[in-house]
Structures are given as C-alpha cells and as structure tokens.
Design a protein around this ligand. Sequence first.
Ligand SMILES: [Mg+2]
Length: 339
Amino acid sequence: MIQRQVATLQERFRGCLVGSMIGDVIGAVVEAESPEYIAHTYRSIDEILTAQSVPEFTGPAWQVGRFTDDTQMMICVAEWLLDGEPRSPERLLARFADACEPWRRYGPGTEAILRLYPEHKAEWRQLATAMFPYGSYGNGSAMRVSPIGLACYSDAKTAASIAVDSSRPTHSHPLACQGAVLQSLAVAIAAGTASGEFAPGAFLQPFRASLTYFSDLMQDTSKFVRALDAIEQGLEHGTSCRQMSSVLGTGLAACEAVPTAVYCFLRHPDSFARVVHEAVFVGGDTDTIACMAGAISGALLGAAAIPEHWRRAVREEEYSVDAIEKLADRLFEKYAGAR
Ligand SMILES: [Mg+2]
C-alpha cells in the first residue's frame, strides 16, 4: 500500500481522458511492432516522440502526435454521455459513424460497420455480426469506455451496464463486453479511490465480482478469470510488465489487451510515466494498451502526473489536450459537480 498526494476528483477526470489520449498518441508510433524491435530502436518514450513520422503499411506516413481510433471513439462516448436521454446504443453508433476518419487506423470490421450504418439504420443491431458471426471480440470497445468509468465512478453496477450498451453496436461478442466492463470498472475504481491509500486488491476483487454477472448469464468468463489469477500471481512475485505481457498477451483481443493494460497500471500505481512506458514497450497493440493503462493511471493520479512535454507532443487542432480537458470538465460538471 502506498501513500501519496491525492488529486481532486476534477483533476482525476482530466487525468483520465488526457492520460488515455497521451497513451494512444505515444503507442501509435510503434503500433503492431514487437517488443524486441521497440527496445532495439528506442531507449525511452522521449526518444519515440522525437520522430516526426513513421511509415504506414499503406497510404501516407503516420504523423507523430496524432491520435488514433481509440481517442476518436472515446470522445464520441464522452459526448454521448453528455447528450440528453435516451442514451441508446444506436445513438452512440450514429456518433461513431459521423466522427469516423478511417485514416486513424480503424480496424476493418469496425470501419465497415460505420461505413454501412447510414444506409442500413433500421438493421443497426445486425451490423455488429455482419463481419463476424458472433460479433467482434476485439479490444475496440474497451479502449473507448473510460468516460463511462468516470461518469459512474461511484456506481460500479451502472458503469458495467452502460459499458455493455456502449460495446454492443460494434463489439457484441461476450469477450469484448467483458473487457469493456473491466476497463470501465478500473477507471471507476481509480477515480473513486477517496483516500491517499491504494492497494491492488481493491481492484481485483470487484473485477472478479463483475465477472460473476456474466457467468450467471451462462457466458464463458474463463479467459478473464485466468488473466486475473495471473495478474495476482505476477504482483505477488514482482513479475515485470514485459514478462507478464508474454503470459497475458498484447494482441487485438480484449482478453489480452485489457489485462495487460491493467497489469502495467497495478505494477506501477504511483507513476503515470512508468505505466505508459511499460504499456508501450510490451509491443503489440501498443496504442490501445497504453491508452487504457494511461486512462486508469490518470484517473488515480490526476492530470498533474502527466509529463508536460508529453502533452506538448500532441499535434491535434480540434481535439487538442486543452479541448480534452474541457470535455473532462463537462463530464465532471454533469456527473460529479453537484456532489
Ligand atoms: Mg488505435
């Protein structure tokens, strides 16, 4: 258990959304690379951020400082939460479709759903299974749920139910929904940790409890149960994030990326910079792992924990770091300001 300076709740809201964006921006530079390649090429995050651009498989080079689909969809979720009722999954899908800029590296399944939606609005429920018969089990819904964890920071049950609603339009597979629920819970618990005391057990127990909701629905939760067991053992033995990532996985599946992001955070709960460093250097789906780990760490430590020169590395106009902070402030006003 560690003692630390406690950030205000408003600072934590900012830290979460900005932390999520910064993780995405940094992780995007080395997305899909192996940990060996990343360690061989760069010594630090600062070195990664000195690059101006990196080649893409197709199309123009990736400009360092831009965010990917993770942040674009996270903004949609935040605005959906700020919008009036009814808060329907279809209205979220409409926001995703409207905002989508495919060059931000959308997965082909999600990109197809968002492209088809305007012409097939009446069949929006079927679109999620048009590409994959049981729906996608990717991490594409977990990566965008942080605003839900903030809005429901004091109500884990509501966070879980809204996270499932937010997953369904594009990621309807039970494993994607389970991953989205765990990530939203991680943010909710981090933001709601009221005292200066933090213990990893405070996270793992509610995670396990949330999985019983899915097993009661006869869903297979064994992948996440095994991951939580491994996380607990890893923390007990002080296993490094890199070693643990080879057990948990760093791929596109929610059951790999979410546990790895959670482990990076739990292993270094007192340092945002260390969490994002570890999440990027494990390789694989680095933008999403760092985005999720950064969101949890920022929600615990607050925006002041994010290195200033990393914030300055973001090169976005409409959704600058300041704009994301304002978005966090609006969420705070609506969901926590009156308390
Ligand atoms: Mg991405």
